[in-house]
Write a protein that binds this ligand. Structure first.
Ligand code: F6P
Length: 323
């Protein structure tokens, strides 16, 4: 379907640093191509309640460096109903919106697929700190969240070292261990525990602690993915078995905030332009992705059916050099 002259942009699901840079890119690329563009607030909810505003070049000034999302975000239950979907399509019709760029994770992509199947061309951009989108090697926000977590763990390391303790740190990631593995390698953790790999306390943590104690190691950092959780129990067990005083820290939502890194700003800018290119050619039901460092796009249904790929090589490296 060619001939789209108006598009919308929304952010949905958990926010991620770099979403603003993506919104800016979409708005500017659309206006450059002569398209009218609406900002839709609070994700799909805003489509239902008609919480939308026409964007200008200046609507997205001074946001490239800001965390969060100026469009706000939400997880809409109403949108998943037939009635909610119908309202969203009606609102699009009233404003002449023929296509929508939806920025978020898998849930956002499912919404984009449903809307596309009802005649509104949608293009999804991967935006989540979890880096858990099967179709893309990279998601906007991952680099910033990883750097935030690394900064926090570096601080924890100071006190852990001073007290000669073991510290178990939980990082976000929902059911995906990508953030944990990245952080684990970057902080030189003693062990990384992720949902993708079966874990054995004695083999994977205790034995490593005992072995490294023999060469003089006195404090330990264990990174645990949110999908494994139970860090308080794990800390108690480590202390009971090893006799090393152990504390647990859950980093939490601090990982979702902050000014996006240069990498996230650049990826968001590249992906935003790609999404507008697709829509301006009348191509919808797509997700934008990174493959081999290049920006590509896939049919949403195919993208959602792709198997997730866990970076076993990085996971192995994390443990191989933790000696
Ligand atoms: O998807 C991003 C994420 O931060 C996950 O890492 C985490 O599991 C979830 O969102 C937390 O969601 P909420 O904002 O509802 O606490």
């Amino acid at each position: 379907m060619l001939g789209i002259d108006t598009i919308g942009v929304l952010t949905s699901g958990g926010d991620a640093p770099g979403m603003n840079a993506a919104v800016r890119s979409v708005v500017r690329a659309a206006l450059t191509r002569g398209l009218k563009v609406f900002g839709i607030r609070r994700g799909y909810s805003g489509l239902i309640t008609e919480d939308i505003e026409e964007m200008s070049i200046r609507s997205v000034s001074d946001i490239i460096h800001r965390g969060g999302t100026i469009l706000y975000t939400a997880r809409s239950h109403t949108f998943r109903t037939e009635e909610g979907m119908k309202k969203a399509v009606d609102v699009c019709g009233r404003h002449g919106i023929g296509g929508v760029v939806t920025i978020g994770g898998d849930g956002t992509f499912r919404g984009a697929r449903d809307l596309s199947h009802r005649g509104i061309l949608c293009v999804g951009l991967p935006g989540t700190i979890d880096n858990d989108i099967s179709s893309s090697e990279y998601t906007i926000g991952y680099d910033t969240a990883m750097n935030t977590a690394v900064e926090m763990v570096d601080k924890i390391r100071d006190t852990s070292q001073s007290h000669e303790r073991c510290t178990v740190v939980e990082v976000m990631g929902r059911n995906c261990g990508s953030l944990a593995v990245g952080v684990g390698v970057a902080v030189g953790a003693t062990a990384v525990v992720v949902p993708e790999v079966q874990f054995d306390l004695e083999r994977d943590i205790i034995a490593t602690m005992r072995r490294t104690q023999l060469t003089g190691k006195k404090h330990f950092i264990i990174i645990v993915a949110e999908g494994v959780g139970k860090v308080n129990e794990l800390a108690k067990e480590i202390e009971r078995v090893t006799g090393v005083e152990t504390r647990a820290t859950v980093l939490g939502h601090v990982q979702r905030g902050g000014s996006p890194s240069a990498h996230d700003r650049i990826m968001a800018s590249r992906m935003g332009v790609k999404a507008v290119e697709l829509l301006s050619e009348g191509i919808g039901n797509q997700v934008v992705a990174v493959k081999g460092g290049r920006i590509v796009s896939y049919d949403i249904d195919k993208a959602l059916a792709m198997d997730s790929v866990f970076d076993e090589e990085l996971f192995t490296i994390a443990h191989e050099i933790s000696i």
